[in-house]
Design a protein around this ligand. Structure first.
Ligand code: S3P
Length: 450
């Protein structure tokens, strides 16, 4: 049966689960994108273990191949990237399709701006709705010739000589910071980025591991001296904390005992979710802390916890930016008020995650107050099972599955194929832990369990 005949993937959840046990989560999406892109720019062959093979990273892999990079995948999670050096990419024959992946298009805009050839970066209808001026503007200041389409993709890049700049970012975005640093690899003179908040620093760590001179001063000013070359990577990718967050919230809300997730990345620019859940009363331990390939890693152990609401703003927002859909479900079950401010970036993710989550939670009987930059949820609230829409946004769809675990009666999440963009095996992982959840594929032959 060809994949194109699939009409929808739905997840059906029944309440009454009692989760416990041990699992792993797939490799970190941000690090996997960067390993593909930076590995391609290295002098020599990079070896990457534990990489994420999912919709978003497969898009980056296809784009790098279209730029002439040979990439072997001896198994699902291993990448052997035959780097072509900083100036070795080849002109692509067609527009480069980044799928749903915002990280791919924004980072690649930086890589392609300084090449000696032209290219077009594009993506899905969903990606075409997301703002790109935030990278186009600083890249132009570096001498890039890039045209966007009313501020969005497609991006047309005329490869041009670049010069370093000092850029004060208006939003704390790791994608913008990384795009500028990647352009800086080919620029004349140093490039500096000043961040308004602690956006994830995987690009800086990886560049350092490849021998580049990257310094971070006062935790917010990153300077790159253009390296003549990058050494290849030998990298183990940790489990993705942004995926683990969904399992953690499930364990806190619907746990019967401990749930252990081994080998999860706990880079401090990503651990806002652990700080926030901790402030809400969650029992989550970080066991066996260690460093792997320049990134902090730990085994996370969550036990069922009575949560209470909290106020979330400032650095917590930046350091937990992808976890708010999961956090909203936790907030509905927490005693008291959870209030989030300064999170307007949630409105320009794969979907407007404030509006979409509020609309779907209301279908489950929840009440939530929306603001332009956040929301307020008073709990605990009784959720009633219903059919809800995942909106083709992986983190929305997974969050609604969590809602189903604590709702009365069955819940169906439609438009949930997107879960595969970041967490292939999400439903199976919950099943292994004891959740009453199944994936339904609706195609020409009707509906069947996956
Ligand atoms: C990412 C950065 C974040 C995050 C996204 C991945 C990255 O986006 O939301 O899922 O890999 O650099 P912003 O840079 O837009 O905040």
């Amino acid at each position: 049966m060809s994949e194109s005949l699939i009409h929808d993937v739905q997840v059906r959840v029944r309440p009454g689960s009692a989760l416990q046990g041990a699992c792993r989560v797939p490799g970190d999406k941000s690090i996997s994108h960067r390993a593909l892109i930076l590995g391609a720019l290295a002098d020599g062959t990079s070896r990457v273990r534990g990489s994420l093979s999912a919709g978003d990273t497969r898009a980056t892999l296809r784009v790098m191949r279209a730029l002439g990079v040979e990439i072997e995948t001896p198994d699902q999670t291993t990448l052997i990237v035959h780097g072509r050096g900083l100036r070795g990419l080849e002109p692509p024959a067609a527009p480069l399709d980044c799928g749903h992946a915002g990280t791919a298009i924004r980072l690649l805009a930086g890589v392609l701006a300084g090449q000696r050839f032209n290219s077009v970066l594009d993506g899905s209808a969903q990606l075409r709705r997301r703002p790109m001026r935030r990278v186009v503007e600083p890249l132009r200041q570096m001498g890039a010739q890039i045209t966007d389409t009313r501020g969005c993709a497609p991006l047309r890049v005329v490869g041009s000589p670049l010069h370093g700049i000092a850029y004060r970012m208006p939003v704390a975005s790791a994608q913008v910071k990384s795009s500028i640093l990647l352009a800086g690899l080919l620029a004349s003179g140093p490039t500096a980025v000043i961040e308004p908040g602690p956006a994830r620093d995987h690009t800086e760590r990886m560049l350092r591991a490849m021998g580049a001179d990257v310094e971070t001063a006062d935790g917010c000013c990153v300077t790159l001296i253009p390296p003549g070359r990058l050494q290849p990577l030998d990298l183990s990718v940790p489990g993705d904390l942004s995926s683990a967050a969904f399992v953690l919230v499930a364990a806190l809300l619907a746990g019967a005992g401990e749930v252990t997730i081994a080998g999860v990345g706990v880079n401090p620019t990503r651990t806002g979710i652990l700080d926030i859940l901790g402030a809400m009363g969650a029992g989550i331990a970080q066991n066996n802390p260690r460093a792997e390939s320049g990134e902090p890693v730990a085994d996370l152990v969550a036990r069922p916890s009575a949560l209470h609401g909290t106020a979330i703003a400032g650095d917590w927002v930046v350091r937990a930016i992808d976890e708010f859909p999961a956090l909203m479900i936790a907030a509905t079950q927490a005693e008291g008020v959870t209030e989030v401010r300064g999170a307007e970036e949630l409105r320009v993710k794969e979907t407007d995650r404030i509006a979409v989550m509020a609309a779907e939670l209301r279908k489950l009987g929840a009440s939530i107050e929306e603001w332009p930059d956040g929301f307020r949820i008073s709990g605990p609230q009784r959720l009633r099972g219903a059919t809800v829409d995942g909106h083709d946004d992986h983190r929305v769809a997974m969050a609604l599955v969590l809602a189903g675990l604590v709702a009365d009666g069955p819940t169906t999440v439609t438009n949930a194929r997107c879960i595969e963009d970041s967490f292939p095996g999400f439903v199976e992982t919950l099943q292994t832990l004891g959740a009453n959840v199944e994936q339904i594929i609706a195609d020409e032959r009707g509906e069947r369990t996956a």
